[in-house]
Structures are given as C-alpha cells and as structure tokens.
Design a protein around this ligand. Structure first.
Ligand SMILES: Cc1cc2nc3c(=O)[nH]c(=O)nc-3n(C[C@H](O)[C@H](O)[C@H](O)COP(=O)(O)OP(=O)(O)OC[C@H]3O[C@@H](n4cnc5c(N)ncnc54)[C@H](O)[C@@H]3O)c2cc1C
Length: 396
C-alpha cells in the first residue's frame, strides 16, 4: 500500500514537498486553509518570482547559531540552485538569469510557476483540499505529515503564524519570529519632507555603536524612515537587535557616486558664486539638499563664498555620514519573510522532527531566513524537496 503523506500548507515549500513525495510513490494530500494554494508565490518578485540565485549561497542566510548554519548550507548543497532549475524545467518552467545571479521564469510571471505546480500535482494524483484550516494535527490521519505553513510574514496570504502553535504542541521550541526583509522606522520629523526620494547610497548599520553591516544600493526614504533593497538586507539584524533592546542606527552615505576628485573645485573657489543649495543639489536629490540647508538655517540665497568653503565642505561630509536612529521594524504585514522559528537543532538533516518522528518541518517555519534575491524561495525548494523525498522513502 502506498504511504499516505499529508502536507499542511500549500505554499512554496509545501507544493515542492507534495510533488517530491508523490514522485517517490506516496499518496499525497495537501491541506491549505486559504481558498487556493500558492497565494504568496504569486506575489513574489513583484509578480515575476525570483526563483533562486546562482551567485552562491555563502553569507546569504541567517539562523541562530553556527550548527544551524552548517545544517542550512549542508541542505542547500544537497538541493541547490541547479537542482531547483532542473526541477522547474521538469515541470515546464524555463528560467533565465536577470541580474546579480537572480533566476526568474523566462516568462517573468509568477503565475506560470504556480500553474506548473498545480498541473504536476494533478498529473501525480496529489489531492488538494482548500479551505482546510489545520489547528489540531491529531485530527489528520496519515503515515507522515509535512508541516509547511510558513511563518508570519504577509499573513494575508495565509501564513498567519498557526504553524508555530502546531509545532509547539509537538514539543518544539520557537525562536521568537520577527519581521525580516522589511522597512525600518526611524526617529526624526524631517522624514516627511524627504518622503519618496530614491537615492543610490551606502548604508552602515550600527548596533550598540558597533558597525554590524554595510549595504549599497537604492535607498528609499519614506515619511517614517528607510526602505529599499539595502535596508531590507540588514533589516533582520536591526529587528532582532531592537527586540533585544539594543541601540540601532543607520549611517547613510549619499555621496557614493561623487569622488574627492570631483570635489576638488570647491577649495579652489570654482563654486564660490553658486548658491549652497544648488551646489548640494548637483550631488544629491534636491529634497536632501534642502534638508541640509534647513538644518543649518541657511538663507536660500546664500552663496558658497558667503557661507564659507570650509562650512560647505562640512555639509558635504554630513551627506556622507547622515546618521538616523532606528526605532522599530515595520510589522509582519509589510515583511517579505520572518526570522526565527523552529530551531534547526530540533530536526534531522532531512527536516524530520526530533520531537515527533512522523512529522517533517519545512520552509520559513524553520529558523532560517535569507537576504533578497531568490534565497528564501530556494530554502523552500530545498527543504520541501529533501523532506518530501525522505517522507516517501524513509524506512521506519
Ligand atoms: C511580497 C513578497 C515577495 C517575495 N518575493 C520573493 C522572491 O522573489 N524570491 C524569494 O526567494 N522569496 C520571496 N519572498 C519570500 C518567499 O515567498 C517565502 O520565503 C516563501 O513563500 C516561504 O515558503 P513557505 O512554503 O515556507 O511558506 P508560504 O509560502 O507562506 O506558504 C505557507 C502556506 O501554508 C498555509 N497555511 C498556513 N497555516 C496553515 C494551517 N494552519 N492550515 C492550513 N494551511 C495553512 C498558508 O495559507 C500558505 O499557503 C517574498 C515574500 C513576499 C511576502
């Protein structure tokens, strides 16, 4: 008789687990509490679905300790980006590299990925039950259960945190889930005046005064703080530090694209007749230039000569070291993923629970999160594939 496997959660990791288990000969049922599977998948990569990344995994993932990191990289080595792309080809999704190693479907449509999963599930006879909200696993009758409920990020797509409750009932600990890949709220009433500005910048994260991370890219200023890919990349560090009541600051360098050589004309007096705001506006967004002038109570008509070249040089330096205090991370509703979850020390290398041997735990529910660029979906594919195969074939 075929082994009966139930997958709780029809998201990225659950669909992958279902297909792999069914390919392994199991009779598979997916229980999904939304009215359709894969809602979050449709939102990924702004609807384009950044499936994975071929620029290497080292340094792209986070977890709570070194042993967990080793487990993460061990698993990613057993089902890597090439394996993911092979898999997608096998279900008819052809892929291409866009930038920085990011892999997308050639069609650049997340819906084609979901459609391919659905038709592969149908081909393999996977039963999908929607509107099936699992709150008590004892009610689910099967030989193996794969818990693939996701975490708490973007809860409107179905990942409402119920997976943590289910895992806890099995005896698992939960490392406090916190939003990651999310905007950061900052102190300062000036933000309203610069909201909407997008600027190429370098951003350093300081935690308790210690330089902790550096990212470069397009910074987005909002009416409450900072956003954009470089902010997302270190937001998990900031969110966790704030949770631990540490002091968090971001130092923005707005001048990464202006060299000291470019500034050589200033001491030589070349810009003496120019208004300060105009000169700064030639280097950074006008709204940022105005902000600096307002901060120093400069008369809008004041020239570089009148303000003093040294002072203007100091304003330019301020643009290189623009420090803001981070007060909080935005909520799970705005986050792309969450950090924390079931400790990796509580599952086997095949993501089998060490507390409840007939249960596997996969995807974002585990204590692993990646940076932007396809790494989080890769984690879903990796854990889903390894657990799905193992659940169909383990010998106990
Ligand atoms: C806007 C956005 C864009 C993103 N873009 C990218 C990207 O381009 N590339 C990338 O790598 N990552 C991206 N991510 C992250 C990625 O989508 C997630 O890391 C990934 O979907 C996690 O997979 P999962 O299977 O663990 O959880 P999910 O995909 O969240 O799936 C969990 C499923 O379980 C169901 N469920 C939950 N609880 C229960 C229950 N009790 N009973 C029954 N069903 C339940 C949910 O309804 C859901 O369908 C993005 C995330 C967001 C929010």
């Amino acid at each position: 008789m075929a082994r009966r496997i139930t997958v709780v959660g029809g998201g990225a990791s659950g669909l992958m687990a279902a297909v792999m288990a069914a390919r392994g000969g199991a009779e598979v049922t997916v229980l999904e509490h939304k009215d359709r599977v894969g809602k979050k998948l449709l939102m990924t990569g702004n609807g384009r679905c950044n499936l994975t990344n071929v620029s290497g995994f080292e340094g792209k993932y986070f977890s709570s300790d070194e042993a967990s990191m080793q487990k993460i990289y061990g698993a990613l080595g057993r089902f890597d980006a090439d394996d993911a792309m092979d898999f997608f080809r096998s279900i008819g999704v052809f892929t291409k590299e866009k930038r920085d190693g990011g892999i997308y479907p050639v069609s650049e449509q997340a819906s084609c990925v979901l459609d391919a999963f659905r038709s592969e599930c149908a081909r393999l006879g996977v039963r999908t039950v929607v509107n099936a909200d699992v709150r008590d696993m004892r009610a689910v009758k099967c030989d193996r259960l794969i818990l693939a409920t996701g975490g708490k990020a973007a809860p409107s797509t179905g990942s409402d945190g119920s997976g943590y409750v289910l895992a806890k009932r099995l005896g698992h600990n939960i490392i406090t889930p916190l939003p990651a890949l999310v905007q950061l709220r900052c102190e300062g009433d000036f933000f309203k005046s610069v909201a909407g500005v997008r600027a190429q910048a370098g951003i350093t994260l300081y935690i308790d005064g210690k330089k902790t991370a550096y990212e470069e890219g397009e910074l987005q200023l909002t009416d409450y703080g900072i956003s954009g890919i470089p902010v997302f990349q270190f937001s998990r560090l900031a969110a966790r530090a704030l949770h631990e009541r540490k002091k968090c600051e971001a130092e923005v360098n707005f001048m990464t694209q202006v060299s000291e050589k470019d500034l050589g004309g200033l001491p030589a007096g070349r810009y003496d007749g120019k208004k300060v705001e105009e000169l700064l506006g030639g280097m950074v967004h006008k709204k940022i230039a105005s902000l600096i002038c307002r901060r120093h109570k400069l008369d809008a008509r004041m020239t570089v000569f009148d303000a003093g070249r040294e002072k203007v040089k100091a304003y330019i330096d301020e643009l290189k070291h623009f420090k803001v205090r981070i007060t909080s991370a935005n909520s799970f509703g705005n986050a792309q993923v969450c950090s924390g979850g079931v400790p990796l020390g509580e599952v086997s290398d095949c993501f089998r629970s060490l507390k409840a041997p007939n249960v596997y735990i996969v995807g974002e529910l585990l204590d692993c999160d990646g940076i932007c660029g396809g790494y989080n979906l890769q984690w879903a594919w990796t854990t889903g594939a390894i657990a799905g195969r193992d659940a169909a074939n383990d010998n106990d």
